[in-house]
Write a protein that binds this ligand. Structure first.
Ligand SMILES: Cc1ncc(COP(=O)(O)O)c(C=O)c1O
Length: 291
């Protein structure tokens, strides 16, 4: 999946990009360099233009992340995936969805595409199947795709040494049983709502803006002027400063440029989410006061 990413930062170390993967342009319209929640129409137009340009008969699949994760935590508009499904059907192209981050509860549902009531053709899953205690990743596909492979001529020559590994599968089953026993998906939904509305309240701070999130995946930008989307000069490195300010108060997370991104553990409690919000607020105040 890393080979398919549109994030340029992943490219230089690996030589030439994988041939035949074409990245549709993401509108880079925020000052902090990410996508934007309201730019879904533009993204669909870009995908349609790319399919048309390449020739629909030469396109096998469109690959998409349900919520852009490492790219800055950008949930799509509600009609984005229904429209993407319609585009894929129109051009007879498979819809492949990368649920590596979002799968197994992260967005408050077992799988993120459930939010949009869209049926995918294939998906990649990993991280939370085992919660990372043991390595495990998987590809899942529809009956139709399966039958096309099994009924087709010749053998499907694709394998990994550790495919179908019994230890990974056993840990995955036990881990997901704990998710069910402890209602962790429901917890992610409830605590995600708490985190998102708490971040929205923090926009009373004059430098917190672009709050976004779906379930327990949230983000905001630290901005010079949230009213006009004006970013701090890159040299101020506000995101990096915020990243450094939080751990001494007890919060470790990540940034993309000046976007601060939060994906707390699915077991986080109401009190812990409140603590996250207090730490974020105090840390933003600290780094902006020093200007
Ligand atoms: C959305 C997403 N997909 C896939 C991956 C990893 O893909 P791969 O195992 O191919 O490197 C990551 C890594 O964090 C990810 O965030």
């Amino acid at each position: 999946m890393t080979a398919a990413t549109g994030m340029q930062v992943f490219k230089p170390q690996f030589g030439r990009p994988v041939p035949d993967i074409i990245n549709a342009t993401t509108p880079n319209v925020t000052p902090t360099g990410g996508g934007r929640i309201d730019s879904g129409n533009l993204m669909i137009d870009n995908i349609v233009a790319t399919i048309e340009q390449e020739g629909p008969d030469s396109v096998a699949a469109v690959i998409a992340e349900p919520v852009q994760g490492a790219g800055g935590v950008y949930p799509p508009p509600d009609d984005y995936f229904p429209r993407l499904r319609e585009v894929c059907d129109r051009y007879e192209v498979l819809l492949v969805v990368d649920e590596v981050i979002t799968g197994f509860g992260r967005t408050g549902k077992w799988f993120a595409l459930e939010h949009f009531d869209v049926q995918l053709d294939m998906m990649s899953i990993a991280k939370a199947i085992t919660s990372g205690y043991v390595s495990m990743g998987a590809a899942v596909w529809s009956k139709e795709v399966h039958e096309t492979i099994t009924d087709g001529p010749g053998k499907f020559m694709h394998a990994y040494t550790n495919s179908g590994h019994a230890t990974g599968a056993a840990v995955g089953l036990r881990n997901l049983q704990i998710f069910e026993d402890e209602n962790l998906v429901e917890n992610a939904a409830a605590r995600g709502d708490q985190l998102l509305s708490g971040l929205q309240r923090l926009t009373e701070n004059p430098h917190i803006g672009n709050v976004r999130g779906l379930g327990f995946m949230c983000g905001f930008d630290i901005l010079k002027d949230p009213e006009t989307d004006e970013a701090f000069p890159a040299a101020d490195a506000m995101g990096a400063k915020l990243l450094k300010a939080c751990p001494s108060r007890g919060l470790i997370s990540r940034v993309r440029n000046d976007g601060y991104l939060l994906a707390p553990p699915l077991v986080a409690s109401e009190a812990e989410v409140d603590e996250i919000l207090t730490i974020v607020e105090d840390s933003v105040r600290q780094v902006t006061a020093a200007l």
